[in-house]
Design a protein around this ligand. Structure first.
Ligand SMILES: Nc1ncnc2c1ncn2[C@@H]1O[C@H](COP(=O)(O)OP(=O)(O)OP(=O)(O)O)[C@@H](O)[C@H]1O
Ligand SMILES: [Mg+2]
Length: 390
């Protein structure tokens, strides 16, 4: 089929043609947004799952839903090299530019000034913002004390107040949250906690790897009750089928039932794999409907694309010694693997493997699934490793 018209979207955070299988999550978010718009408190949300399940596209979908209604939104992709204040400041500059209107009332001006004071701490000395507006008469709470927990809470409070009249809200989306520092995560917990208590017009939506719930709770034990946790995993068979067939149908190309079933089985229902498979089959097939033969013919290409992109980029990050550790894990399939058992397999003392394990965790290849176990952050990594060694 014409590659230029490929309707699939393999990639990181690339919105799929059809965002399928997430109706419950979308309902949950929509209900929270409705509560906020109607003056009620809403529970902050945490989404966690392996690489490529669809966390980023879901958060972006939520953001679009409320931004299109005029909410103030900020989307931060956490990065261990940057502070939350610096990342948030970049986003707030955009919000300020939109909110700063000569007609802005007093509450709005207060929110703007709070935003500016919050940002200034994250900017260099030359980075002053000038909006040509007179803020001098307003007595405002300073969000530049240097204590992020307090500053973020003040920012959320004032922004939320600025939405009272309009009936809108403020939404903060944080992706890859497992990469934030402890103090940044504490600040988010605190601001979200305060927002729930005071029914601010605010919701935090946080996404990250499966370790995220534990990381949040280790920082503040109330985080267990504060957030609504949702695990994102592989799509069920029906949704996987929709994810494969709907995009091509929009281009007038149908899948035979057996062909779709075979491709679904091959992908294990993982969103990213579905997109990569769909794309490979699209490139292979020559006419509608797509047949079992097309899927079989495209299989090698799909696996090659996954191996060369998704898997290899991660595999190559591991040192030789770390690869040996990963190979020992791969006997357990997608795991989790017992760290004791890995040591047994390698014939060494468990303690001697701690640095290797820590290195793999910090490279984002594995995570500590529960005490004494580790698992791959990427689905089907074990199968990839076996393909490398056989
Ligand atoms: N619900 C869905 N339906 C169909 N395709 C989806 C869905 N969710 C995600 N995808 C597709 O899966 C791929 C991965 O999505 P995304 O980047 O959001 O995953 P992620 O969980 O954020 O991954 P990572 O942990 O690597 O950041 C993209 O190609 C996207 O188009
Ligand atoms: Mg992502």
């Amino acid at each position: 089929m014409d590659r230029r018209k490929d309707p699939y979207s393999p990639g990181a955070g690339r919105p799929p043609f059809a965002l399928v299988g997430r109706a419950i999550d979308i309902d949950e978010f929509e209900a929270a947004a409705w509560r906020i718009e109607n003056g009620m408190d809403a529970r902050p949300l945490v989404f966690y799952g392996l690489r490529g399940v669809g966390k980023t596209v879901l958060l972006r979908d939520f953001q679009k839903r409320v931004a299109s209604k005029g909410w103030v939104t900020a989307f931060v992709e956490a990065n261990p090299e940057k502070s939350l204040r610096a990342m948030l400041s970049d986003e707030l500059k955009l919000a300020i530019a939109e909110m700063a209107k000569p007609s802005a009332g007093e509450v709005m001006l207060k929110a703007l000034k709070t935003m500016m004071s919050f940002i200034q701490l994250g900017m260099d000395s030359s980075g002053q913002l000038s909006l040509g507006m007179d803020f001098s008469k307003i007595d405002y709470s300073n969000a530049a004390t240097g204590d992020l927990s307090g500053d973020l809470t003040v920012l959320v409070r004032d922004l939320s107040a600025s939405c009272e009249k309009t009936g809108k809200g403020v939404a903060l989306f944080i992706d890859e949250a497992q990469d934030l520092s402890e103090s940044d995560l504490r600040a988010i917990n605190m601001a979200a906690h305060r927002a729930s208590q005071e029914a601010y017009r605010f919701i935090a939506v946080i996404a990250g790897l499966p370790t995220l719930p534990r990381i949040l709770a280790d920082i503040n034990s109330y985080a267990e009750r504060l957030y609504r946790y949702r695990s994102l995993a592989e799509l069920d068979a029906e949704s996987s089928r929709d994810a494969l067939t709907e995009p091509s149908l929009a281009r007038g190309v149908r899948w035979e039932d057996d062909a779709a079933s075979l491709a679904v089985a091959e992908t294990g229902g993982f969103s990213y794999f579905i997109q990569e498979y769909g794309s490979a089959v699209w490139g292979q097939a020559t006419a509608s409907p797509i047949t079992v033969g097309d899927v079989k013919d495209a299989r090698a290409e799909a696996i090659k694309r996954l191996d060369e992109g998704f898997f290899r980029s991660r595999w190559d990050r591991a040192s030789e010694a770390q690869k040996v550790y990963l190979q020992a894990m791969a006997s357990d399939g997608d795991g989790p693997s017992s760290t004791l058992e890995i040591a047994n397999r390698l014939g060494v003392k468990p303690t001697s493997l701690s640095p290797r394990r820590a290195g793999l965790i910090s490279k984002g290849l594995i995570y500590s699934a529960s005490s004494g176990t580790v698992a791959f952050t990427v689905p089907q990594m074990a199968q990839f490793i076996k393909r490398q060694t056989t």
